[in-house]
Write a protein that binds this ligand. Structure first.
Ligand SMILES: [Cu+2]
Length: 188
């Protein structure tokens, strides 16, 4: 039996970045594969966008961040500020989600209209095995997760109060631009 999940992805930080990134994700778990399709519109154009699901390893249900999470009131909800409601970065939607290698240049690139379409078929048991190594459980619990899309251009002026460097990647790469709650849908 297959399982299907979707996420309606809504803008975050749009007032300050000047574009309302939005889109949709569809996850279909069937047999030994997880098929993932993400379509994004109106993201900052012509650049790579990190995207992942985030969540709480303890099974708490993640919620999407809103303006409320801008606890230092600098106008930006940065990556560390999302953690209170959304948990931690878990699985990347890059060219190999089952490797769970977060900092990389293997994420999708938006076109000159800010659109990108991402699709991948992930070997589910490999992803579950890696997920267990990192988080101690092989249950992805997609219905308790949220999806984030990140990234503004390097020349975009971000205040020094914006945090969230990951490895050698700076806050332009990790700034959240859109977020969506993943929900299971019953198709019968
Ligand atoms: Cu993320």
């Amino acid at each position: 039996m297959s399982k299907k999940y979707i996420a309606e992805i809504v803008p975050l930080n749009s007032e300050v970045i000047g574009t309302k990134a939005h889109g949709k994700a569809v996850f279909i778990e069937e047999g030994d594969h997880l098929n993932i399709k993400i379509d994004m519109f109106d993201t900052p154009a012509n650049m790579q966008h990190w995207e992942h699901f985030h969540g709480f390893p303890n099974g708490e249900i993640a919620q999407i961040a809103t303006k409320e999470q801008d606890v230092n009131h600098d106008g930006f909800v940065d990556l560390p500020e999302t953690e209170a409601v959304s948990g931690t970065t878990m699985v990347p939607f890059d060219n190999a989600p089952h490797h769970m290698h977060i900092p990389s240049d293997n994420y999708p690139i938006s076109d000159d209209k800010g659109y990108f379409s991402y699709e991948i078929n992930v070997p589910l048991n490999e992803l579950q095995k890696k997920f267990k190594e990192v988080f101690g459980t092989d249950d992805l619990e997609l219905d308790k997760r949220v999806i984030y899309v990140h990234g503004v251009p390097q020349d975009f002026k971000l205040p020094d109060t914006v945090a969230g460097e990951v490895g050698c990647y700076d806050t332009h790469v990790t700034l959240p631009i859109a977020v969506g709650k993943i929900v299971e849908v019953n198709e019968c």
